[in-house]
Design a binder for this molecule. Structure first.
Ligand code: NAP
Length: 331
């Protein structure tokens, strides 16, 4: 079969590799679409925990079950499915177990024509979603869901700020918060992306690239009850200024690294909660899928590439040119 392969850090190829065979408890999926996450870029660059090369990236996929391994019901064959990329969460809702892994390292990922997956990770594809939309949902949707609903305990009366709205997770956070009745604002490096966010229900937005954006935001809107961020870096201190006293900043990434200093005095004096989050539990997954179906949420697709054009898809994500998910159409 054809698959994207990283033979080593900073190396990329579309390779011919052996087609996997469903083992006991697994199914074989003929993939129709996969979607990229920033994680795939970190792995390509050699900047991720537990690297092993060669590897096929991809945590998000949708397709049709075409074979089952021992112990799996044949009734799965022909079913249209999506994959929960969060493996071995464990028994605690508050955090994942030590055995937790994410699809697409160490296990071979979805940027391929076929994949084998344990039956426990399967979910029927939401009927209203196209193949591209279905592939776009899992990792980013799950992460945004847990950040907002579990960690921030979002209320419909909250004023929310989602930073870096061009990102895949950020857009789901916007859509889920709007559907929950919250007042949502965004930040971006691009006015065009802010306009697109407004068309999805945001009240407005601010350019995080402009010095003093927080002062401007606080004048226009007042402080934010909940902030969802994945950039971190020096900008974290801006977010501490932007959050309301008693408010919550939930961060699911650190694209810009660690801040050189952090305003601890403001955090304790103003009763601010800094909350980390990663992916989600099986119950977060079920709740997210149900919410998407109930509120007819359509994942925002930025660009669709063929598997053969995967290199261009990675380049687009590396330069941050997207608004929403970057999808690979497979068959
Ligand atoms: N913990 C988890 O479970 C989890 C899950 C998913 C992702 N992540 C992490 O979260 C980050 C985003 O992932 P993704 O897949 O959503 O990435 P993505 O689709 O590539 O989005 C990245 C976005 O980050 C925004 N950004 C860049 N610099 C920024 C800054 N200084 N301030 C605010 N926003 C900034 C940009 O927004 P604009 O284009 O609007 O400027 C960009 O579109 C990555 O670091 C990823 O590894 C973690």
């Amino acid at each position: 079969m054809i698959a994207v392969q990283f033979p080593a850090a900073n190396a990329f190829e579309i390779a011919q590799v052996a087609q996997p065979v469903a083992q006991a408890g697994e199914v074989l999926i003929t993939l129709k679409a996969a979607a990229l996450n920033h994680r795939d870029v970190w792995i390509k660059k050699g900047q991720y925990m537990g690297l092993k090369y060669p590897c096929t990236p991809g945590s998000d996929g949708a397709g049709v079950v075409t074979a089952v391994g021992a112990g799996v019901s044949g009734s799965w064959i022909g079913k249209e499915v999506i994959i929960n990329p969060s493996f071995n969460w464990g028994n605690k809702e508050s955090a994942q177990s030590d055995q937790f892994t994410i699809l697409g390292l160490p296990r071979e990922g979805t940027c391929a024509e076929f994949i084998t997956i344990p039956e426990s990770q399967l979910e029927l594809k939401p009927k209203a979603l196209s193949w591209s939309e279905a592939a776009a949902l899992p990792l980013a949707g799950l992460t945004a869901w847990r950040a907002l609903k579990e960690r921030a305990q979002l209320k419909s009366t909250d004023r929310v700020l989602v930073s870096g709205i061009g990102g895949g997770v950020a857009l789901f956070a916007l859509q889920f918060a709007v559907a929950s009745g919250a007042e949502v604002w965004v930040t971006s490096s691009s006015l065009e992306k802010i306009s697109k966010a407004i068309s999805l229900g945001a009240k407005g937005g601010f350019l995080y690239t402009e010095t003093g954006w927080v002062t401007h935001a606080l004048k226009q809107t007042g402080a934010f009850d909940v902030i969802i961020d994945s950039a971190g870096g020096e900008g974290l201190n801006d977010l501490i200024d932007a959050v309301a006293s008693g408010g919550k900043i939930v961060f699911y990434g650190a694209t810009c690294g660690n801040p050189t200093s952090i305003a601890l005095l403001k955090i304790f004096w103003r009763q601010i909660s800094l909350l980390g989050t990663t992916m989600g539990s099986p119950s977060d997954w079920k709740a997210m899928i149900a919410f998407v179906e109930t509120y007819s949420i359509k994942p925002v697709i930025s660009n669709v590439f063929s598997l053969a054009e995967a290199s261009d898809a990675f380049k687009l994500m590396e330069k941050g040119g997207q608004f929403g998910k970057i999808v690979l159409k497979i068959s």
